[in-house]
Design a binder for this molecule. Structure first.
Ligand code: SAH
Length: 246
């Protein structure tokens, strides 16, 4: 069944509501997927749950759906925030797709002293998140938040705990980092997972992070992981220990 995320402003979903698709979605349905009037699709908008809809009218550029029945109520279990420093385009796009599949509520892009800030196309990342949400059968699409500096993020992280992927202590005998699953099992409020760039965090950033009571330096094992591996590993453990993996 084709699933479509409807992002345009529209009334609350209800039976018999007619919804006009935009030209991209109309073309996708009729030309690419070769659907016809009377065929069914599944739609969601991130607020009203998932609904079945029937193709009611169909021009090449203009399709009208009619909602029939709600198939899934809107869940409200919010996943973690992933705060990730800008890295090269391909691994960053990979992180957005995998973080969507792994239930991240939002992805905050960060500028750090060693981040790779020369090219980020936020609109493209939003489209990747939307397509991943359709494929993974989520009922919402994670917000992709435009890059801000690390200190701006820290001044208003929007969560109770920041799980700071601190690779610095990977080889140190006296670890200051704790094992991620131990920290996760003590979490009471919403959390952000913080992952640095290919070059890691610099000493100044690490010190200011470690000085904060709401920041938990965590290690992701004895090996240095690439940023995309680290983001996926941390999200996986989060969902398994305190998230929506039942
Ligand atoms: N400085 C590293 C590269 C950083 S990896 C190097 O020397 O190559 C990118 C980010 O992934 C890090 O900033 C950190 O947030 C996370 N990360 C990678 N391996 C980690 C580990 N073993 N423990 C905790 N975080 C890790």
């Amino acid at each position: 069944m084709i699933r479509l995320y409807l992002s345009e402003p529209m009334p609350v979903f209800a039976a018999d509501l007619a919804i006009a698709l935009n030209s991209d979605q109309s073309r996708y349905l009729m030309s690419v997927m070769r659907r016809q009037v009377g065929d069914e699709v599944s739609v969601f908008n991130g607020r009203d749950g998932e609904w079945l809809a029937v193709i009611h009218e169909a021009g090449k550029k203009h399709v009208v759906l009619r909602l029939t029945v709600q198939t899934r109520p809107q869940g409200h279990a919010l996943g973690p925030t992933l705060a990730v420093a800008l890295i090269k385009r391909t691994p960053l796009e990979y992180i957005v797709e995998k973080a969507t599949e792994l239930g991240a509520a939002r992805i905050q892009l960060l500028i750090t002293r060693r981040s790779n800030a020369d090219h980020t196309k936020v609109e493209r990342l939003k489209l990747i998140a939307q397509e991943a949400a359709e494929q993974t059968e989520r009922l919402d699409v994670p917000e992709i938040l435009a890059p801000i500096r690390l200190d701006a993020f820290l001044s208003a992280p929007g969560c109770e705990a920041i799980l700071f992927g601190d690779e610095e202590t990977t080889h140190e005998a006296e670890r200051v980092t704790r094992r991620l699953h131990e920290v996760l099992s003590t979490l009471t409020g919403n959390a952000a997972i913080l992952i640095g760039p290919e070059g890691g965090f610099d000493d100044g950033e690490r010190q200011s992070l470690r000085a904060r009571a709401d920041v938990h330096p965590v290690n992701l094992g004895p090996r240095i992981l690439r940023a995309d591996t680290a983001a996926i590993a941390a999200l996986t453990l989060y969902q398994a220990v305190c998230g929506d993996w039942r």
